[in-house]
Design a protein. Structure first.
Length: 212
């Protein structure tokens, strides 16, 4: 059953005031609850349980009043240990991807979420991760996009230099190497993203309503 959440209007107003005053909602302490994937575990434990040397946990924290429906995970390298879960309002969910055994590859791919109830429906949040196998040559990389579509080719488009210049009126995205934060504002959403620089690490995405 979906998590039933009553609107905490004071919380949403705090976020709106914070965005208007300094553009930063991070100091607001939300009543975030663990979702299905995190009820009996933690992200750090999920990472420790993965037995490969290249691992990425993708955590999505939903600060909005809209459900983030699972639209799909497209893995280019490696495999996903746990299925993608829909992210209910004021809830956090995570899944873990890891490299394929006995191969000189990392783990990389995209995960997409449909923002249910958004006035800009259909609206998708697409997340790209890449944890490199050879860390002497490549860096960990995170990409986040807000737009009206998604597909299996999102990884190449978000990862490549040419793709990263392809913002349009219907899509806006940003790609950064590990430790450099991402921030996107579009379609009444503010999405932030951070990725660690370790070989087994977490990409954490925060999704806020943005009416500032």
């Amino acid at each position: 059953m979906p998590v039933q959440v009553q609107d905490n209007e004071d919380y949403f107003q705090d976020i709106h005031r914070s965005l208007r005053s300094n553009g930063n909602p991070q100091h607001v302490h939300p009543p975030i609850r663990p979702g299905v994937s995190l009820i009996n575990t933690s992200v750090s434990q999920m990472i420790r349980n993965a037995n490969r040397i290249r691992v990425c946990a993708v955590t999505v924290v939903n600060h909005t009043r809209w459900r983030l429906e699972s639209a799909g995970v497209f893995v280019g390298g490696g495999n996903v240990l746990l299925p993608q879960q829909p992210v209910e309002p004021q809830t956090a969910e995570a899944f873990v991807a890891q490299k394929t055994a006995s191969t000189a590859t990392g783990t990389y791919g995209t995960a997409s979420y449909l923002v249910q109830g958004s006035p800009d429906h259909p609206l998708f949040i697409n997340v790209m991760w890449s944890i490199a196998f050879d860390r002497n040559i490549f860096k960990n990389r995170l990409g986040v996009e807000v737009g009206h579509q998604y597909n299996r080719d999102d990884f190449q488009r978000l990862y490549s230099p040419l793709g990263r210049r392809a913002d349009s009126e219907t899509r806006v995205f940003s790609t950064r190497d590990g430790l450099v934060p991402i921030r996107i504002e579009k379609n009444h959403l503010l999405v932030t993203g951070n990725l660690g620089n370790d070989s087994k690490t977490e990409a954490i995405i925060h999704v806020y309503e943005n009416w500032a």
